[in-house]
Design a protein around this ligand. Structure first.
Ligand code: AHM
Ligand code: MG
Length: 340
């Protein structure tokens, strides 16, 4: 073979990958729903890369030169996902972090068997400052085919997820997803408009980082404070403290999780003295990422038990959140059990 034919990897598009690796139970609908999400990701990425131009080309509520009304990015992301999935007959209900209630399928369209939950654009404080943001999604099967499309379809524990993933709008746009057979990452080539397999079979490597908003240290419980000190290498309490972890916190969950997945580490957003459940939403944020962590050899906990075993009582339930390297997350549970 001539030298210029010795390429290291095959070129695999996300469409081909999804089709060739669909789980046994999947018929066309499930596969096509994943395509729809990838399409939504491309449309949203196309806007996020132009976000800084809003002030020049028109801001929310204004009409741009093409006569289209400008939308805030999070509103655009939310509507784009809904509009791609509402009429396909694949989904019976959706729930979005942006809406109080479930999003029903309009009566003129058929309801399918799948349930889509999503946070359309997470990392709201970073949207206006050109820092990475993300979309998070999870897919469940409806609980009762005859009565599909009710809120009960959305209030399922993460353990019941059929698939989950996120899109990271960073220096590149990446889509990372799992259907329970490994976690795979695809990078968008903006010139050809295709997601190409770039990170097959992602597994958490040994930890390098921990991620937490230290500004809230005084609000954390004694157990979480002691755990933080342990993460910093303090051997006073326990002799097995990790040495040399660096701290990195972006404030966009998708970006923080993604970095830890690639480089190894733990992310936490604990409960606070006046906000015992913290900030992270169980259904739209914690459960899908917990599913991914599980399939990448990691673990996610609320400080007491696996996130995957928590059933939301309400669409917008929040939960304390510890996710990443299994040993480090279990250690958070130990500290909390012992000191809180
Ligand atoms: P959002 O849904 O309003 O964007 O909030 C969720 C985000 C997460 O991405 C991130 O981990 C967290 O809020 C950061 O919050 P804080 O600024 O309190 O550290
Ligand atoms: Mg969010």
């Amino acid at each position: 073979m001539s030298n210029n034919m010795k390429f290291k990897r095959k070129i695999v598009t996300i469409e081909r990958y999804i089709l060739e690796n669909q789980p046994d139970y999947a018929r066309g609908d499930f596969t096509n729903l994943l395509y729809d999400i990838a399409m939504a990701a491309k449309l949203i990425a196309n806007k996020t890369t132009r976000a800084g131009l809003a002030d020049i080309l028109g801001s929310a509520g204004e009409v741009n030169v093409q006569g289209e009304e400008q939308q805030q990015l999070d509103v655009y992301a939310d509507r784009t996902i809904f509009r791609l999935c509402d009429h396909t007959g694949r989904v019976c209900a959706m729930a979005s972090e942006e809406h109080e209630d479930i999003l029903e399928i309009p009566s003129e369209f058929q309801k399918g068997r799948y349930v889509l939950v999503y946070d359309p654009l997470d990392g709201s404080s970073n949207i206006d400052v050109n820092v990475s943001i993300g979309t998070i999604f999870g897919i469940y099967r409806c609980v009762d085919w005859a009565n599909r499309g009710r809120v009960e379809d959305c209030l399922q524990p993460g353990r019941k997820l059929l698939a989950a993933g996120y899109v990271l709008y960073g220096a590149s746009t990446m889509l990372v997803y799992s259907t329970g057979q490994g976690v795979h990452g695809f990078t968008l080539d903006p010139h050809i408009g295709e997601f190409l397999l770039s990170h097959p079979d992602l597994r958490f490597p040994d930890p390098t980082y921990y991620s937490a908003n230290h500004g809230y240290y005084q609000r954390w419980s004694e157990g979480v404070q002691a755990y933080t000190s342990w993460l910093q290498g303090n051997q006073q309490e326990e002799k097995d403290a990790p040495q040399g972890l660096s701290e990195r916190y972006i404030g966009s969950l998708v970006a923080d999780f993604h970095r830890n997945l690639l480089k190894g580490g733990v992310f936490m957003y604990p409960g606070e003295k006046n906000k015992p459940n913290g900030k992270i939403r169980l259904l739209y944020e914690a459960a899908p990422l917990a599913y991914l962590a599980h399939h990448a050899g990691g673990y996610a906990s609320n400080g007491q038990q696996s996130i995957l075993d928590l059933t939301p009582a309400d669409l917008h339930d929040r939960t304390p959140f510890f996710i990443g390297n299994t040993r480090l997350v279990q250690k958070a549970e130990d500290f909390i059990k012992r000191l809180d």
